[in-house]
Design a protein around this ligand. Sequence first.
Ligand SMILES: *[C@@H]1O[C@H](CO)[C@@H](O)[C@H](O)[C@H]1NC(C)=O
Ligand SMILES: *[C@@H]1O[C@H](CO)[C@@H](O)[C@H](O)[C@H]1NC(C)=O
Length: 382
Amino acid sequence: MGCARVFWVFGLLVLGLAGGAAAVLSGGARMCKFPAIYNFGDSNSDTGGRSAALLEVPPPNGETFFGKPSGRFCDGRLIIDLLAGELGLPYLNAYLDSIGTNFRHGANFATGGSSIRQGGYSPFHLDVQISQFMRFKSSTTTLYKQLSSNKGSRRLCEMNLPRPEDFSKALYTMDIGQNDLAYGFQHTTEEQVVASIPDILNQLSRAVQQLYKEGARFFWVHNTGPIGCLPYNVIYYPSKSGNLDRNGCVEPQNKVAQEFNRQLKDMVTQLRAKLQHATFTYVDVYSAKYALISNAKNQGFDDPLKFCCGSYDGYHVDCGKKVIVNGTIYGNPCEDPSRHISWDGIHYSQAANILVANHIFNGSLSNPPIPVAEACQSAKDV
Ligand SMILES: *[C@@H]1O[C@H](CO)[C@@H](O)[C@H](O)[C@H]1NC(C)=O
Ligand SMILES: *[C@@H]1O[C@H](CO)[C@@H](O)[C@H](O)[C@H]1NC(C)=O
């Protein structure tokens, strides 16, 4: 019953918006009222894909916010969760998760370990995520049409399907590329990783154009973070003198990430020119994360190169496992995850994610510089 009423009210809302752009004026600011989010990426924004498809993320992941594992490599929420909250939408379910999911307001195709290019740490590289999206769109649209008759409308509501017209009003978010760099560092030289960037970004560009062909119009693109500041990378990088910066981060790796971001920003500029009806926001997550690491002490964090869960020094124990050697326990989580920027040596803690999110949602690190709730405006409008 309640379901039917909500559906009807929403129907009126959509009718009210139809015809014009998704933007509505609200207190001077142009709020976009995105009805859904479709996200593509890796573990930085995986809300359950890898857990559903491969191996479940173990406790104590999720302990701070969900009280149990939630498919996220984090003690709590990720930036994509906070972004959904900022837009007034529920947290995204993973497309690959078949249990208790609701796709009414979007779906998450991100999976831990994914890269833009094929190979690497996950079978769900970006092209696969785009294929999954296309199937999601076509099969939910077909089902929606079948059930739109009077007899089916109740079931339609219960099935929590996206509305077909929402695909062109949704926000398409991307945070991917870190694993292309990580895999490159592991198997090739830094010079080779730099040389591979144009090919990586060509594939990303093709993926965006494919989404555009499917009707996607509003893109929110995160650049890649300071990979050389991940405790894991600092520990496993063969130390060479002069390679660590003032924060103890691996400088040559951060330089590669910066080069990736420079070319990513160019790619976005080219796509803006090419895809006339699309809107792109390029978001400098790198600067938000690096600023946080530089100011760790002032913000009440411990040493930014320490982390809360798992162990890489002495014994390598992944977060969620522990080993006892001569009476010493390795791998136990810390007492207070909110004092750590890094949760498990690779992924940020919820406390860090909240600060990074606060920094990027208001548009101060975006191009064009507009808040996420207004990201349906094009650079020309600002
Ligand atoms: C554990 O104890 C054994 C025997 O005393 C010793 O050989 C070994 O090095 C110790 N290992 C560690 C990690 O302390
Ligand atoms: C955006 O948020 C950051 C972090 O909270 C703050 O330092 C900055 O001044 C804000 N910028 C604007 C334009 O509101």
